[in-house]
Design a binder for this molecule. Structure first.
Ligand code: KG4
Ligand code: ZN
Length: 351
């Protein structure tokens, strides 16, 4: 089945064509038009500008995705689109485009939750699969439920037990800032630029994580997360050590902060696996592109004989291929999916 995916939930306008079957998806095209340049000067996303840019970009991105995939419009079997959560003005651009395509071409449409899109990025054939029993990487080996999903992005830190296709139990989420949001806010405070995650990731490589002992917010009595205290600790440290920005301390600060985040995310995900007797983990969301988080998950999963799946870095951040991938499984299970209801606070619901 060839699926056109559309993703406009935040600041990336993306369209993708993916050939999917039950073993996973081959990405024929995945065009992402980033608005980073526009929002950079504000240190974060301006919703009104994001919606306007989606409107300006969507036709070009769509045409380009079809061209790259060499798909004539008639060859597309279904269209799937992010219907939430996200910025409502941004979501409306993607959902109205998808509805127009569906009714003109008379093809099925499915609305996808952005979080399940991040989960299903692991079904794209470029995903990496580390099987500790084999001690090697397999590409394109697909994951089957049950598995534990850890979705870490600019808006979410969600620990989800995926019991079956489209059957989710959210075990924990952040009570305050999402982990990616904390990367972005710390980078903004330090004047490093936007988005903060990739910048901190790069600087941390030159630092020593043992130099500053930031708190690890484990919240042992809950599966929830809380990163705002860690953010405050980092900001207070910089205020107390005003030379941080100039010296090698900046590298140590980035490394130490990043290590705190990784320790918490890895420990809680693995603990949840043990508690619920799950032997597979799937990562997703922009922060899962973080090099330290990836290598710490690899180490821990190898020790615990847990199979680890993580999307290739380009499919960790927002993209439409993951929406096409999720759409295939939803359409297959549900058949006709019915109306699209864009919603800023859409909850993850079962199919
Ligand atoms: O999934 P995503 O593209 O958008 C949302 O759904 O929010 O995630 C964006 C987030 C941003 O906060 C960005 O700073 C973070 O992912 N990010 C990273 C890295 N690359 C992107 N965080 C840490 N390390 C990275 N390498
Ligand atoms: Zn996302």
């Amino acid at each position: 089945m060839t699926i056109l995916g559309i993703e406009t939930s935040c600041d990336d306008t993306s369209c993708a064509v993916v050939a999917v079957d039950k073993t996973g998806g081959t990405v024929l095209s995945n065009v992402v038009s980033s608005q980073i340049k526009t929002h950079k000067k504000y240190g974060g996303i301006v919703p009104e500008l994001a919606a306007r840019h989606h409107l300006e970009n969507i036709n070009f991105v769509l045409t380009e995705a079809l061209k790259v995939a060499k798909s004539k419009k008639q060859e597309i079997d279904a269209v799937t689109v992010t219907e939430g959560p996200g910025l409502i003005g941004s979501l409306l651009v993607g959902t109205t485009t998808a509805q127009a395509i569906s009714s003109i071409m008379k093809i099925p449409i499915a609305g996808i939750n952005h979080i399940e899109g991040h989960i299903f990025a692991n079904f794209l054939r470029t995903s990496e699969h580390r099987n500790p029993n084999l001690s090697r990487w397999d590409f394109g080996t697909s994951i089957t439920p049950p598995f534990m999903a850890m979705i870490v992005s600019g808006g979410h830190t969600d620990l989800i037990l995926v019991k079956n296709w489209g059957n989710y139990k959210i075990l924990g989420r952040t009570r305050d800032d999402a982990v990616g949001e904390v990367f972005d806010k710390i980078a903004k405070f330090l004047g490093l630029g936007y988005p903060g995650g990739p910048i901190i990731d790069k600087l941390a490589k030159k630092g020593n994580y043992k130099k500053i002992n930031f708190p690890r917010p484990y919240m042992p009595d809950s599966w929830d997360f809380s990163f705002s205290g860690l953010k405050t600790a980092v900001i207070n440290y910089v205020r107390e050590h005003p030379d941080t920005k100039k010296s090698g301390r900046l590298y140590d600060l980035c490394a130490s902060f990043q290590q705190s985040c990784a320790d918490v995310l890895v420990k809680k995900t693995v603990l949840a696996c043990k508690k619920f007797n799950i032997k597979k983990i799937a990562l997703g969301g922009g922060v899962s592109a973080n090099s330290l988080l990836r290598s710490d998950f690899i180490k821990k999963c190898d020790e615990e004989s847990i199979k680890l799946f993580m999307p290739a870095p380009i499919f960790c951040t927002d993209n439409a291929a993951m929406i096409a991938s999720a759409g295939y499984f939803k359409l297959k299970k549900r058949g006709i999916c019915g109306a699209i209801n864009p919603s800023a606070n859409l909850e993850l619901s079962n199919w």
